[in-house]
Design a protein around this ligand. Structure first.
Ligand code: BGC
Length: 702
């Protein structure tokens, strides 16, 4: 609900709007440059300047072309991607990430940062999954809300995107999402609801796709009915770049700003064509006024119209420390069968590192989330830095990606909306010479692996697969890595396997033979250091999977029941059974379950009781660090219906808390749970498949 503050701000914005001409108002509601609206100098109204998001502040482009300005003043802090952040299960790190982003955006003179990306990971194949948090609405919102608050602390607006159900890249501009409203409201909307209600996100970005046959950026259902009327949203709705398709629908849909990718700014739907419709009396001018009022209210909230705006900063040591803190907690130890990890830095005299991802920069890839990083520590560099010259580190590539078709005259984003804006990318289709080249790399690596006691393979995906505008065709590892890993494990069973990526890959061909497997995401500028620290025990891994790691994509409900990657209609026939909700209810085994992540220490769960206070439900439990190393545990709370009704998932995450415990330390935790009812059992555990206790109602007097 609007508060007293917003009534006052609104009044001032209305007064200012009355002084504006139609031309000036139209200038404020569409892009006058690729990332800016027009200013009204005579009244001291500045342009609204935006930038991507979400892993840092993007480099600067020419005003009217996708040509990078190319100066050296726009290198920035490169933060771990949102999937990495979600894997920390640490709300404070989400807030810190937001604060870094807000401060850097302000430091670079931006008003709106186009993030967080917070769509639900419906399928592991979506190319933009790395920009998103989780398959679970609860975890998504618990990360998104502090992130948004962190950004906005700096007088910069967050932009929760992409509203809503933007879950595939294939034909992203035209695909119509067919979904029942229950699933939409239970899975795809809750995080946006909290972004608005709790995070108070000053702006929201409409999605490219359609929902119920309407484009989201001009959808009466989504923008008018749900966002404005039901949720009372009074912030600014910005279109995705090129997401508007009709002047009248956009004007009437409560969209406030139209942005796009082309330089014909006056021809945008909400530019000259809208002005004409107003002049012809087809659209009342008050429709435009309302948008302008909301934009002016935003400017007031950001102190753009008075002189008290916060001063930002970028590339500070504190920001780099924050990137490292997040990266450290994002590393997930998937498997450590014989306790092979951590490796000992003291005893390591020689080590062989294999895999292109050990030595690859990821920052400047992935689409609009690209980052011009001040630096990026690769895993190989991280390992060498940690060993400090006291061990001989040998590196071999082992595999290589496909050579890039470089075309310097074409920009990815300028072309991004052609052919509906996205496609399925088929990898693993190498032809003769490349296959031969990879065979030589593989043979060399396998041969060498026999000679070493310690071998680390670092492979997985890169931004050729985890990329805007692409979906993967399946979850198979690209570049013939499966064969390489199989042969490496044969040659040297001690090989530690590290996978990088924003979404799971098939591991079935080798997972049983690999003793130690580590998952690292796009971990930002300090990612390589964080990974090395985890491998060598300088930190104790505490990341937990924010999504199910399926055995194959066909085990995911979007593929088993619904459809995905289709051109016209994406049928969300799986309803609410997204991710683990499907796996748990229909007994499908994942490779690694939601919430999974091992530690070098162990945790004991000693008691769990339900308590109620001020109408809120809590689980109180006692957790003990029972292993020999300090570490962090994420205690997860799942609700399970005592008697499951049709259409109801078997388990749902409804609470969690991350706790640091010194070796042998015990701690009592109190975890708030959402949506509890007496018809549900409350399970507490270390992952979805490692539930340790059922919480019983506390008997009074105890
Ligand atoms: C993406 C948005 C991004 C915008 C501006 C679009 O292609 O979908 O997420 O913020 O471009 O770069």
């Amino acid at each position: 609900m609007p508060n007293r503050d917003s009534f006052e701000i609104r009044k001032e914005a209305e007064d200012l709007t009355r002084q504006l001409t139609l031309d000036e108002k139209i200038g404020m509601i569409h892009g006058a440059e690729l990332f800016r609206t027009a200013s009204v100098e005579r009244l001291g109204i500045p342009a609204l300047t935006m930038s991507d998001g979400p892993m840092g502040v993007r480099q600067d482009f020419e005003p009217a072309s996708w040509k990078c300005v190319g100066n050296h003043d726009d290198y920035v802090t490169y933060l771990p991607c949102n999937s990495a952040l979600a894997a920390t299960w640490n709300r404070e790190l989400a807030r810190l990430t937001g604060e870094v982003l807000g401060a850097e955006a302000r430091g670079r003179g931006k008003d709106v940062i186009l993030g967080p990306g917070m769509n639900i990971k419906r399928s592991p194949l979506c190319g933009r999954n790395f920009e998103y948090f989780s398959e679970d609405p609860f975890l998504t919102k618990e990360m998104a809300v502090p992130y948004i608050q962190g950004v906005q602390k700096w007088d910069v607006a967050a932009c929760a995107k992409h509203f809503a159900a933007n879950n595939q890249e294939t034909q992203r501009l035209w695909v119509d999402v067919k979904i029942d409203e229950k699933a939409l409201r239970e899975i795809y909307l809750p995080a946006f609801y909290d972004a608005v209600k709790k995070g108070n996100s000053y702006t929201i970005m409409g999605a490219y796709n359609k929902i119920y046959k309407e484009h989201c950026c001009q959808s009466d259902f989504l923008l008018n009915r749900i966002l404005r009327k039901e949720w009372g949203y009074e912030g600014v709705v910005i279109s995705d770049w090129g997401g508007v398709h009709d002047t009248e629908a956009a004007a009437n849909s409560e969209l406030d700003i139209e942005m796009s990718v082309t330089d014909n700014f006056d021809e945008y739907y909400m530019a000259d064509p809208l002005k004409k419709m107003v002049e012809d009396g087809n659209i009342p001018e008050k429709v435009i006024d309302e948008k302008v009022i909301r934009i002016l209210m935003l400017m007031k909230r950001l102190h753009m119209l008075d002189g008290e705006r916060k001063r930002g900063a970028y590339n500070t040591p504190e920001h780099r420390q924050a990137a490292l803190d997040v990266a450290r907690e994002s590393v997930v130890l998937l498997k450590n069968a014989k306790g092979r990890l951590p490796l000992s830095p003291q005893q390591t005299k020689e080590i062989l590192v294999i895999g292109e991802n050990a030595d690859l920069f990821h920052a400047l890839g992935g689409g609009s989330a690209e980052i011009k990083a001040l630096y990026e520590i690769t895993p190989l560099m991280g390992i060498k830095m940690l060993l400090g010259g006291n061990a001989k580190v040998t590196y071999l590539k082992g595999y290589c990606q496909d050579p890039k078709e470089e075309n310097q005259d074409r920009n990815w984003q300028a072309d991004s909306l052609e052919n509906g804006g996205g496609e399925i990318e088929c990898v693993n289709q190498a032809d003769g010479p490349l296959t031969l080249h990879r065979r030589l790399l593989r043979e060399e690596a396998v041969m060498k692996a026999k000679e070493f006691e310690q071998v680390i393979f670092i492979g997985g995906l890169n931004h050729e697969q985890d990329c805007e505008g692409n979906d993967r065709a399946d979850m198979k590892l690209p570049y013939e890595q499966d064969q390489l890993i199989e042969e490496l494990l044969e040659a040297n069973p001690n090989t530690v396997v590290v996978m990088t990526g924003g979404s799971p890959v098939e591991m079935g061909r080798w997972i049983d033979r690999a003793d130690s497997v580590v998952w690292s995401w796009y971990g930002g500028m300090e990612g390589g250091r964080a990974l090395a620290e985890a491998l060598f025990g300088r930190t104790n891994p505490s990341g937990k999977l924010p999504e199910s790691f399926y055995k194959t994509h066909m085990d995911c409900s979007a593929h088993a029941w619904g459809n995905f990657g289709e051109k016209e209609t994406a049928d969300y026939a799986e309803g609410v059974f997204v991710g683990y909700r499907y796996l748990e209810t229909y007994h499908v085994e994942p490779e690694f379950c939601f919430g999974h992540g091992l530690s070098y220490t162990s945790f004991g769960y000693e008691s769990a009781e339900l308590t109620e206070e001020d109408g809120k439900m809590y689980v109180e439990c006692q957790i003990a660090n029972t292993g020999g190393m300090d570490g962090k545990e994420t205690v997860q709370v799942y609700l399970a219906p005592k008697k499951r009704m049709e259409g109801e998932p078997a388990r749902q995450l409804k609470g969690f808390e991350k706790v640091f415990l010194k070796s042998d330390e015990k701690r009592k935790l109190r975890i708030e749970i959402e949506d509890y009812s007496e018809n549900q059992d409350v399970w507490v555990g270390s992952s979805l498949k490692d539930l340790r206790m059922r919480a019983e109602m506390k008997v009074s007097g105890k």
